[in-house]
Write a protein that binds this ligand. Sequence first.
Ligand SMILES: Nc1nc2c(ncn2[C@@H]2O[C@H](COP(=O)(O)OP(=O)(O)OP(=O)(O)O)[C@@H](O)[C@H]2O)c(=O)[nH]1
Ligand SMILES: [Mg+2]
Length: 458
Amino acid sequence: MALHIQDEQTIVAQCSPKGAGAIGLIRISGVNAVHIADKISQFSGTKKLSGQSSHTIHYGKIVDPQGSTIDAVLFLLMRAPKTFTGQDTVEITCHNNPFILEAIIACTIKAGARLADAGEFTKRAVINKKIDLIQAEAIKDLIHANSQEGLKRSLAQLEGTLSHDIHFFEQELVKALALSEASFEFIDEESMEFGIQIKKLISNVIAQIAQLQKSFAQQKQIREGIRIALIGSVNAGKSSLFNALIGSDRAIVTDQAGTTRDVIEAGLYKDGLYWTLIDTAGLRKTSNTIEAAGIERSYKEAQKADIVLLIIDGSVELSTSEKEVYNDLLSLYASKIIPVHSKSDMPQIDHALFPDYLKVSSHQDDSIATLDQAIKAKIADIFTHDGSAHLLTTRQHGLLLALDQKLNEILPLLKEDIAYELVSHHLQEALSGLAELTGKSISEQGMDAVFRDFCVGK
Ligand SMILES: Nc1nc2c(ncn2[C@@H]2O[C@H](COP(=O)(O)OP(=O)(O)OP(=O)(O)O)[C@@H](O)[C@H]2O)c(=O)[nH]1
Ligand SMILES: [Mg+2]
């Protein structure tokens, strides 16, 4: 990879999160990592870190240039190449006090290191071929995963499951290219056979890309969790159900229509997924500008949500304009709506809006459990349509789309009088697209774009 990096510089950063906790972790990586650690450390007797074998742990002190002790710490010594970055690495476990961490980093910098950029350790791991770019992206997903499902998938990707698939595409396309190049040696009738084989290889890759792309629509939910909005008329009991579902009195409940004016969110973990429940302002025609603004937000939430609990007061008649609003929402968001009739502890009216709906009362625990189950069933429904076990980043998705397009351009060329020069040219382009995906050949800007969102210390 023709990348310009100052690989010879030794970098340092705090790897543990900022804030309270017992232990802090600092990582030093680069050609001078051990030498720098020698300068800032002190052990009993004449022991030096540089005299120790790789992959060993040592108890010692960090001392500043004046000889004062900063902290008693553990040094983890790991020499290249068997390290995360592929370079010499020293990790220091210290007491987690921000002043201690800051002082140790300052000593390290005085001794010759520089502060690492965001994602720089991972970038070095890619450049030194310890992992590919797809695995590096999985690290970011792993850290930020907000659901067990997301965690599971990013962990698998870190282990190389997606890279393996991409590698397979590469092999198939290299075979196709070899066939295309070999065809130059043969007369037309004979070379037709090559075209058939190339077509088979390409069609197989196209089919597998389609499989990978299938789950892209659900990536956001897997990564960030599920958004569940409670939408409906004023006074329908939305806030009461919201409070019952989250198990706390977050939203104000009164008998006055128009109590909730703004959007209220609450998050909770359920069965390894993160749910964000959203209470909204009730929908009705109003001349009050604050309430009108709240209603507009409710519509936006309905659009953004993965699941809409459409709450209808089952105990009162609906006005014509209310029916219009509910029908409007139904036509817009049918697939994500769970229709709910509220206040089921009171005499009920069938509004004949839906063939089927849930009857719930926020005063009854069993009906909240039923609602909970219905939400879980809807979530399961969302995930069963998911075709692939991989999480794709927008970058990966875009490159796979481009690859798919390129391969589809080749297929029509594989008929009579095949122009193999052109086929080879397209295949080469497809292969360089794949190399960009794994990071084998990527511009410096492309690489920087991937690491921009990483945190310092990763
Ligand atoms: N009987 C009965 N009353 C309920 C139930 N749920 C809510 N209520 C009452 O209905 C009224 C409105 O409840 P809220 O939860 O504030 O309704 P909302 O839909 O959030 O109302 P807005 O925020 O004004 O749109 C309150 O007086 C609640 O006590 C229920 O299941 N049964
Ligand atoms: Mg409310």
